[in-house]
Design a protein around this ligand. Structure first.
Ligand SMILES: [Zn+2]
Length: 214
């Protein structure tokens, strides 16, 4: 018998009977003409932080890449396979997106696991190695004494957004597109409990409530 999750089959039925009829022509058009999303979002795998839900977008509007803690590695053109870099290359060089948004969030489990210095979760400790690529141990202890644990974790969550934005500029094709004015990089932060969105102000380097722009 079918062991596919019932929740997903039920959800698909709702999609097919309610949403698809209103979006069928859009799907057909996207199928025939291809996708032309103007925005790439780099977000966390966290099940509470779905870019399509938060930004209320339809099919074809967002090119989304999600990984643990919404991180972008530095440009590393070596013999290894790089999933994040492949997605970036496609978004920038093939789709020619106009914006890349790095979307961080509160209560990030990847960051919590990292700052708590939990024991390796597996012999490979993939999370530990993944996180250590971005946040250096010195940055983690810096100012720790003056902060509550909550403030500290929030700071590291926001630092992950800054680090990803910095690392994006190490990709020559990203740097070129930004410098030509063909593409812009943005940072954002989602507060899970309130459903609040904060957008990074490039001048002050502060995250400002998106509600203020209404
Ligand atoms: Zn997360």
């Amino acid at each position: 018998m079918l062991t596919f999750p019932k929740r997903l089959l039920d959800g698909y039925r709702t999609f097919r009977t309610q949403r698809l009829p209103t979006e069928q022509s859009r799907y057909r058009e996207l199928s025939e003409r291809g996708q032309f999303p103007e925005v790439m979002v780099i977000g966390c795998c966290d099940s509470r932080v779905s870019p399509e839900v938060i930004f209320d977008v339809g099919p074809g509007e967002l090119f989304v890449m999600r990984n643990i803690a919404n991180l972008v590695p530095v440009y590393q053109p070596d013999e290894n396979a790089h999933g994040v870099s492949a997605a970036l290359e496609y978004a920038v060089n093939v789709l020619r997106v106009k914006h890349i948004v790095v979307l961080g969030h509160a209560q990030c489990g990847g960051i919590r696991a990292f700052v708590d210095k939990i024991e390796p979760l597996s012999p490979g400790d993939f999370i530990g190695k993944w996180m250590a690529m971005f946040i250096k141990p010195g940055e983690v202890v810096e100012q720790r004494d003056k902060e509550t644990m909550q403030q500290f974790v929030t700071r590291i969550e926001k630092a992950a957004v800054f680090r990803s934005l910095e690392n994006l500029m190490t990709f020559p094709f990203v740097k070129r597109a930004v410098e030509r004015g063909d593409m812009q990089l943005h940072g954002a932060y989602f507060g899970v409990a309130e459903g609040s969105l904060f957008v990074l102000d490039k001048v002050t380097k502060e995250f400002l409530s998106a509600k203020e722009n209404e």
